[in-house]
Design a protein around this ligand. Structure first.
Ligand SMILES: NC(=O)C1=CN([C@@H]2O[C@H](COP(=O)(O)OP(=O)(O)OC[C@H]3O[C@@H](n4cnc5c(N)ncnc54)[C@H](OP(=O)(O)O)[C@@H]3O)[C@@H](O)[C@H]2O)[C@@H](O)CC1
Ligand SMILES: [K+]
Length: 204
């Protein structure tokens, strides 16, 4: 998937930013399909240090523009964000909480989005702050809340479908992935953590 994305970008037919915008818009469209009654409310978006977090910033902007009350929680310093994610971070017109220094609270809003890690997860999630915020997402999902994972539930290996050894991981009721499903969506722990799987095209 990473190779496909890079080939499309390198060929000049599409930019990473355009792919990210389509990914974020695809998640919002899938959300409305899966929970049609939820037209607006309060959303919490957990945004990690890479482009998965970048998708989260796009989602935050789109929901906010549609009248949602949005709480963005970031993990990692904005200066360290990859270019496309940084661009979308800068476009946010709402307060952002730093997940490293803000204690997580039980979420009793309407929509929780896991945009912490996607295909770039390289090792178990061991950071205590990340783990406790993901735990809030998981509890919200378990309580029947609208919980979405962007691309892949954070902590789940996209190839094997296993939760990385010792990693935090959160269940979602809906996982929205891009272009093609990954083996991990269907294998091992995948189905339990992904919930319903939507595959959205991003023009690749
Ligand atoms: N490419 C495209 O055009 C498109 C991409 N798209 C989106 O991008 C996603 C892939 O983005 P990505 O490659 O930035 O990886 P992502 O999962 O966001 O994180 C990587 C960062 O996390 C860090 N890190 C890793 N493990 C960690 C840990 N346990 N604990 C802490 N940190 C950890 C890692 O650090 P490092 O391992 O380098 O030290 C790195 O900084 C993809 O899933 C999709 O959602 C869509 O928009 C479609 C178009
Ligand atoms: K994710």
């Amino acid at each position: 998937m990473r190779a496909v994305e890079m080939a499309a970008i390198d060929s000049g037919t599409v930019t990473g930013l355009a792919l990210m915008e389509r990914a974020g818009a695809g998640v919002v469209a899938s959300f409305h399909t899966n929970w049609p009654a939820l037209r607006s409310g309060s959303a919490r978006i957990l945004c990690g240090p890479g482009n998965n977090g970048g998708d989260g910033f796009v989602i935050a902007r789109l929901l906010h523009a549609n009248g949602w009350q949005v709480q963005v929680v970031t993990f990692g310093h904005p200066d360290q964000l990859p270019q496309d994610a940084r661009h979308n971070f800068n476009r946010l017109a709402m307060p952002v909480a730093d997940g490293a220094t803000t204690p997580p609270t039980q979420f009793d809003g309407d929509l929780s989005v896991d945009a912490m890690f996607g295909t770039g997860l390289t090792r178990p999630i061991s950071d205590p702050a990340m783990a406790s915020w993901l735990h809030c997402h998981d509890r919200f999902c378990a309580a029947g809340g609208a919980a979405i994972a962007v691309d892949i539930p954070s902590g789940l290996d996209a190839d094997s479908g296993r939760v990385l050894q010792g990693s935090a991981c959160a269940r979602s009721g809906l996982t929205v992935t891009f272009h093609r499903a990954k083996p991990g969506h269907y294998l091992a722990d995948g189905p339990e953590f992904c919930g319903t799987l939507h595959i959205v095209g991003i023009g690749l």
